[in-house]
Design a protein. Structure first.
Length: 139
């Protein structure tokens, strides 16, 4: 039926009283509108919670960005900086491959969680585009 306006019921009642629509049609429309209102009332709390969560996440991310801007060019990594940016560091059990020891270290950042750097293969195309752009500027 589409979006229902707040004055649809009074207008429909007026149409019914003028004989433009039948009582049955008005009753069907009224039941439809009541059901739609009930559904909308039921989803409002979930939407409000989602909005609040999204707002909180946006605020936390904005705080993270502001803090990152302060330390773009670090000369020294201090405990305060580590605590500001890092939630936790997970060091996995070492593996030996071809007589070499490999150990995974996952750094979980505040606000953004675990960030995984792209593989070199994934970075090749953007890197080549970057180099091509530099060549064009100097040419």
């Amino acid at each position: 039926m589409g979006q229902v306006e707040k004055d649809d019921i009074p207008k429909s009642y007026e149409d019914m009283s003028k004989g433009l629509i039948s009582e049955g049609r008005f009753a069907t429309f009224s039941v439809f509108l009541e059901n739609e209102q009930k559904q909308l009332r039921e989803i409002i709390p979930a939407l409000e919670t989602e909005l609040e969560t999204t707002t909180d996440m946006a605020a936390a991310l904005q705080h993270f960005i502001e803090q990152a801007r302060k330390v773009i060019r670090l000369a020294e990594l201090t405990p305060e900086i580590v605590h500001e940016f890092i939630e936790k560091i997970v060091v996995s059990k070492p593996d030996k491959v071809d007589d070499k020891r490999y150990q995974r270290v996952d750094i979980y950042y505040n606000t953004i969680g675990l960030w995984t750097a792209p593989e070199p293969e994934e970075m090749e195309k953007p890197f080549q585009e970057h180099l091509a752009g530099k060549r064009q500027k100097t040419a």
